[in-house]
Design a protein around this ligand. Structure first.
Ligand code: ADP
Ligand code: MG
Length: 701
């Protein structure tokens, strides 16, 4: 058996019980697993603080002192263990709430300890709860390096006595036992030389027990490189394989419907970016390969027109198309905007959602199955079972982040034979580095230009005390013939309090904007779909001047005459949501405004979100800040994508490295697509032995 495949019970001090626990809690089965379980941080053992010098704002401290007393306090579930640590400048309390009898057995009075932990304050005195402790003797003996590894653990492990010291002992023992030849190199020699990477055996040693910060930096770099590189290689190969395997319907882009539409009906000139992405889509549709493309474009960049033109290509080629939207309102809006042009071109577009019932529904389903309607627009009702197509050739989803992998797969299954071309549209600007990973097997097109004449929305932050001037401003804009959105947060549609806020806001507006001179619409999630739609339509047709709404209007709604967006309790919205909402205005040629209303007390994050909105209109910049505030795992769709499965690379921090390794991976696959070159043997081997893992990694969100 290869050393790294040996079970962890081969380590001294790890008996069957501990082995089972480590397997259950951390999925550590073999010595190799232990080797690849990297520390998530390091304690700098050179930094020791005197107790009297503890700063109120330091998060963690490391102290050296003598344990003078230890006693129990409280009873039952409140029972806790308290000890006092003294150095020559003062004393500090250490406290344990859990596993206290185990702890009590482990600690010895009058011993000198090195104590590390998170600083807490109780009655203006510093305390440390559940500190990491090592006897000074042990510490001096084993931590010559200064940087001691800290591993992820679980409460159960700690409770059962498998603490940081045991974890460190395990890794030291393992590294002592391993010869360098036990740790195989996974990258070809030429890459290691050229990229000046630390050899793998050395890096794996150094990541656990670094001799200093510089060695640690190089080790981390090497391991991040490897991780991102193989991820990219797998994605590129998968792309290639998909193109090889999935024959796609071969379509044309010079048919009569498309050319007729471009000649007679199109209401404006396409922007340069729209033309470019349309070419990219047309190239895919003509290629004979199945398209899988993500169309990314900021709100208002004109994705709908691009989707319409792609649909006409499918129809010209004798196929049906479907356009799926995440909400009823958005689907309706698409339907209304497509229906007219379709009718005048002698084509049929249908609508389907949960609210289409009875005879009408049957008629729609019949037209789809027989092929007498060419386009169906709707909600997720489209992917439910009874819907069958005559010959679906192109499936488009708008605002894709609301659709999961499963739903897309079901849509896929609707095609008779082979797979329809897929176009996924999103206004959530995903930073390019993230798109490269989480959507790695989608090709990405970006509309990075807004239609001409758009003025950037001017955004301001206002407090409750400034409400009068906000009302005055609304009056001025309405007098110019403009319309105003007033949006309330509604995190959960069942939250009574939120609805009450909206109702009160609406009642207040009725006082400032009395009927019949002014007309107000109100839309929220508790209303019946028909009523919602009616109110939306009244606003869209200009019959009402103010729309008071919850976030139901967030996605896609298009009323170019609306020029003011007022967001109430703006501090409660996420950054991308604020950006989406603001995108509802600034769609016409008029100067538009976004007013973010908030209370006085704002968290740091809320301040940053609001400040960012006031500072920029750039969706990519906003996405970057959002990512910074929330971390990469939170971006839509990446949760299941495997990016969270990265062991050491960090997409936020390592964007530049990611782009770099992607270039290298591209170069290698273009020269040696099946990695058959002798020099690439290590790559081929790695890909084969990690096929399963890499497949999971590269699954799209
Ligand atoms: P989104 O990308 O957010 O879906 P839309 O497709 O709703 O954007 O387009 C926003 C608005 O811009 C619509 O009113 C649309 O008619 C208009 N529009 C789209 N493309 C152009 C263009 N090339 N020139 C002028 N207006 C355009
Ligand atoms: Mg849209």
């Amino acid at each position: 058996m290869h050393t790294l495949d040996q079970p962890i019970s081969y380590l001294k001090g790890v008996g069957p019980q501990r082995a089972e626990l480590l397997l259950k809690e951390l999925r550590l089965r073999t010595l190799g697993d232990v080797l690849l379980d990297f520390p998530f941080r390091y304690v700098d053992r050179t930094q020791v603080t005197k107790i009297a010098d503890i700063q109120a704002d330091s998060e963690t401290v490391q102290l050296i002192g003598t344990l003078t007393t230890a006693k129990y306090e409280g009873h039952g579930r409140k029972k806790r263990l308290k000890a006092v640590l003294k150095d020559d400048t003062g004393s500090i309390e250490l406290i344990w709430f859990r596993s206290i009898s185990t702890i009590e057995k482990m600690i010895e009075l009058q011993q000198r300890y090195v104590v590390f932990g998170k600083l807490g304050w109780f009655n203006h005195r510093p305390t440390i709860a559940h500190p990491e402790m090592e006897s000074l003797e042990e510490f001096l003996h084993k931590n010559k390096a200064g940087l001691a590894p800290v591993y992820h653990s679980t409460e159960t492990l700690t409770k059962r006595g498998i603490d940081i010291r045991i974890r460190r002992r395990m890794i030291r023992q393992l590294l002592d036992r391993l010869a360098s030849s036990d740790i195989p190199e996974t990258l070809p020699d030429y890459l290691i030389q050229k990229q000046r990477l630390m050899p793998r055996a050395e890096a794996l040693r150094a990541i656990h027990l670094p001799t200093g910060p510089e060695q640690l930096r190089q080790a981390r770099h090497r391991l991040k490189f490897e991780e991102l590189f193989y991820l990219q290689l797998a994605l590129l190969q998968r792309n290639q394989q998909r193109k090889d395997q999935e024959a796609g319907y071969k379509m044309r882009s010079d048919g009569p419907q498309l050319t007729g539409y471009l000649r007679d009906y199109i209401p404006f000139e396409l922007t340069g970016a729209q033309k470019r992405v349309l070419r990219e889509i047309a190239d895919d549709l003509r290629s004979g390969y199945q398209m899988n493309r993500l169309l990314q474009g900021d709100v208002g960049s004109g994705k709908t027109m691009v989707s319409l033109l792609a649909i006409l290509m499918a129809i010209d080629s004798g196929y049906q198309a479907c356009l799926m939207a995440p909400t009823e309102i958005l689907a309706q809006q698409h339907y209304h905007s497509f229906r007219e042009s379709f009718a005048s071109m002698g084509l049929t577009a249908d609508f389907l959602s949960g609210s289409v019932k009875g005879k009408e529904r049957e008629a729609v389903l019949d037209r789809l199955a027989s092929g007498s309607s060419q386009l169906i627009i709707g909600t997720h009702a489209l992917i439910e079972d009874p819907v069958t197509f005559h010959n679906l050739g192109l499936a488009i989803t708008d605002e894709q982040h609301r659709f999961g992998v499963k739903q897309r797969a079901r849509l896929w299954a609707k095609a008779k034979s082979g797979a329809p071309h897929i176009l996924v549209m999103t206004a959530t600007p995903i930073p390019r580095t993230l798109a490269m990973t989480s959507y790695g097997d989608l090709d990405v097109s970006v509309i990075d230009e807004l239609p001409p004449g758009r003025k950037p929305v001017s955004t301001v932050h206002r407090r409750e005390t400034q409400r009068a001037s906000v009302i005055e401003f609304m009056h001025k804009e309405i007098a110019k013939g403009r319309q105003v959105y007033v949006v309330y947060p509604l995190i959960d549609e069942s939250e009574k309090l939120d609805l009450q806020n909206l109702q009160e806001g609406y009642d207040q507006l009725l006082i400032y904007f009395p009927r019949p001179r002014f007309q107000l619409s109100v839309v929220h999630g508790r209303m019946k779909p028909q009523d919602k739609d009616l109110e939306m339509q009244r606003f869209a047709q200009g019959k009402t001047q103010i729309l008071v709404a919850t976030t139901v209007i967030e996605v896609g709604v298009n009323v170019p005459n609306a020029s003011v967006m007022i967001i109430e309790n703006a501090e409660r919205f996420g950054l991308s949501q604020l950006h989406q909402l603001r995108g509802r205005v600034g769609r016409g040629a008029e100067q538009s405004y976004c007013i973010l209303m908030s209370g006085y007390k704002l968290s740091d994050d809320a301040k940053k979100r609001i400040g960012t909105m006031c500072r920029t209109n750039d969706g990519f910049e906003i996405a970057r800040v959002d990512l910074e505030l929330r971390g990469p795992g939170s971006i839509h769709g990446t949760q299941q994508s495997g990016t969270v499965g990265l062991k050491i690379a960090d997409l936020l921090e390592d964007g530049a490295l990611l782009a770099h390794v992607r270039q290298i991976a591209k170069l290698i696959t273009s020269k040696d697509p099946d990695l058959s070159h002798e020099l690439n043997a290590p790559l081929r081997q790695y890909m084969q032995s990690h096929a399963e893992q890499l497949k999971n990694w590269s699954k799209i969100g």
